[in-house]
Design a protein around this ligand. Structure first.
Ligand code: FAD
Ligand code: N01
Length: 529
């Protein structure tokens, strides 16, 4: 059985950077990745239209600026192949692949109290021991397959957007069903509509959506960004959203209707997340939020010809932005095409899937392919699907049955030397995630350095610090409108999952300061031995 200083699980943005720092520190480390290459999210999500909605220029590592200077992103928001190409290039330049085994899934991780070691087991029968275990397993990496009666009987092609075939799918001339209307469906529907003979989009909940306003990269913007690279990256690291975006400065309720309309016309024209960043009361005041939602519905009415369809596509059951905001390019216009039809599952729920298609309470839809754009068991799924056992054999899955508990999103009491990159209770998915990842990985790296300098071999969050942190995360969330939505942020998309707000809502800057204070205070909240 191989013995290492550290095992890193996952080879996305998180795992690759963690491996790089561990190697620089001279530690022996092995990475284990279920996919057959690096990339994580961008390795798996190859559905048509897949792209980021963070600005390309800042959705990359800041720790290798020399790569960024040479790199050219062709569009404001990069498509999946571009991002995967970038991650692969970083892995090649830093020679990271040699430290990973691919096509291997970690299935068990057991802490041995007597030896202060983790034993990691895989689906290929490997057994490894390591002092430290870093779960860089992603927030959106466990696809959610809905439990629909008869799903396995379908004889056509079944596809999950998060497990898309590597050689692509040609929908030309085919009848296609898309189930789901989150970010993924909103990106893929216009592309699939461009090929399919008939497209049925099955919507359970209309999502709030803003125009992406994607465009080819402006050479002047790229030049200006690179000219101020260090300064802008530093600003992003210490910002609320992990990105160079306007800080909060406008109170919606202070504006007249006309002023607000002018203001929203401006941010709608900028597109993407500019539509939410500047507003102080957007996520705290129901009335302010509803004014933005009403504006957004009016824009949908302008884009969708049939008023009934426009009404169905307009989100009404949760405040604007409290489910992950979607960014669209020709999504709404797709419903103006004769061969694209919206199926309202609130009025006509799915009863079953059979050999030839989908039966709702109203009719049977015969299709050749079903695309499940049904999302992920977010934030906790990749951790709870592994059988992780800490002190006295306690299973993480059981400890988290009522919702995840940890200290600063990084460590769980009773699970020494286990680190979770972008774990629940950290800002992660509410930020530019690469910024959030870099902050976590660098914090872990500094912690290992500090331990090494003291000859310490074990670090464990205390139950008291953990309880206080969980309380802080919940209190912050409940001061906002976010808990009102049945979102994956709340665990609400997975039947039986505890209803708890998962990310830390007060932004990367505040969070970073809190983490730095813990470290600066000799890892207060941890027992180190
Ligand atoms: P991942 O990229 O998810 O990598 C985790 C890896 O761990 C995966 O490769 C997985 O196979 C592996 N793994 C998990 N469990 C195991 C196991 N038990 N054994 C072995 N391997 C395992 N974020 C943004 O900030 N901006 C965006 O614009 C943006 N766009 C997105 C678009 C899509 C379609 C999706 C799905 C997500 C998007 N995200 C975006 C979030 C995105 O997940 C992160 O930005 C980032 O890529 C996460 O990197 P990661 O390394 O932490 O996790
Ligand atoms: O998943 P989702 P996603 N029957 O969970 C529906 C990131 N991302 O893959 O809302 C019928 O958002 C479900 O309905 P409801 C981003 O963080 C980013 O789209 O639960 N429908 C919902 O409509 C994003 O948030 C980009 O009622 C069912 C949909 O499936 C995250 O990944 C692009 C159902 C799932 O939406 C996940 O997005 C793509 C059922 N049984 C992804 N089960 C960018 O642009 C689920 N649904 C950056």
């Amino acid at each position: 059985m191989a013995h290492l200083d550290a095992v890193v699980v996952g080879a996305g943005f998180s795992g690759l950077y963690m491996m790089h720092l561990l190697r620089q520190r001279g530690l022996s480390a092995l990475g284990i990745e279920a996919g057959h290459d690096v990339g994580g999210t961008w390795y798996w999500n190859r559905y048509p239209g897949a792209r980021c909605d963070s600005e390309s220029l800042s959705y990359s590592y800041s720790f290798v600026p020399e790569i960024d200077f040479d790199w050219h992103w062709p569009e404001r928001y990069s498509e999946q192949p571009e991002i995967l190409g970038y991650i692969g290039h970083v892995a090649t330049r830093l020679d990271l692949r040699r430290s990973f085994v691919f096509g291997t899934r970690v299935t068990t991780a057991t802490y041995d109290e007597a030896r202060d070691l983790w034993t990691v087991g895989t689906d290929r029968g490997d057994r490894l021991t390591a002092r430290f275990l870093v779960m860089a397993t992603g927030c959106l990496s466990i696809p959610n397959r809905p439990a629909i009666d008869g799903i396995e009987r379908f004889r056509g092609e079944s596809l999950h957007t998060g497990l898309w075939p590597h050689d692509g799918v040609d929908f030309t001339g085919r009848r296609v069903a898309v189930i789901g209307t989150g970010s993924t469906a909103i990106q893929s529907v216009p592309r699939i509509a461009g090929q399919a003979r008939e497209l049925f989009v099955f919507q359970r909940t209309a999502n709030h959506c803003v125009p992406a306003q994607n465009h080819p990269m402006d050479p002047e913007a790229e030049r200006a960004y690179k000219a101020r690279y260090g300064e802008l990256r530093e600003q992003a690291r210490h910002s609320f959203a992990g990105d160079v975006v306007p800080e909060l400065y406008i109170t919606i309720m202070d504006l007249s209707d006309q002023e607000l309309e002018r203001e929203l016309d401006r941010t709608w024209a900028q597109g993407g997340f500019y539509t939410q960043y500047p507003y102080i009361d957007l996520f705290t005041d129901r009335a302010a939020n509803e004014r933005v939602a009403a504006y957004s519905r009016a824009r949908i009415r302008e884009r969708v010809n049939d008023p009934g369809t426009a009404a169905l596509l307009s989100a009404r059951d949760h405040p604007f932005g409290t489910k992950r905001l979607c960014a669209d390019t020709f999504y709404f216009e797709a419903f103006n095409e004769d061969h694209v039809r919206l199926v309202d599952l609130r009025a006509t729920p799915i009863r079953a899937i059979d050999e030839s298609g989908i039966a709702t309470s109203e009719r049977h839809y015969e299709v050749d392919a079903i695309v499940y754009a049904t999302g992920f068991d977010a934030m906790t799924g990749a951790l709870t699907t592994v059988d992780i056992r800490g002190r006295e054999g306690a299973r993480l899955r059981d400890v988290w049955a009522g919702g995840p508990v940890n200290f600063i999103g990084l460590a769980v009491a009773g699970f020494p030397n286990l680190f979770t990159v972008t774990g629940p209770g950290s800002p992660s998915v509410l930020c530019n995630m690469v910024s959030a990842i870099e902050q976590h990985v660098e914090w872990i790296d500094r912690c290992l350095d500090w331990m090494g300098a003291r000859g310490a071999t074990c670090i464990e969050a205390t139950a008291e610090a953990q309880a206080a942190w969980v309380d802080e995360v919940n209190t912050a969330a409940h001061a906002t409108l976010f808990p009102e939505a049945n979102s994956w942020y709340m665990g609400a998309n997975i039947p039986g999952k505890a209803r708890v707000f998962l990310p830390y809502v007060d932004g990367l800057k505040t969070y970073r300061d809190r983490c730095d204070a813990v470290a600066g205070d000799g890892y207060a909240g941890f027992v180190v031995s």
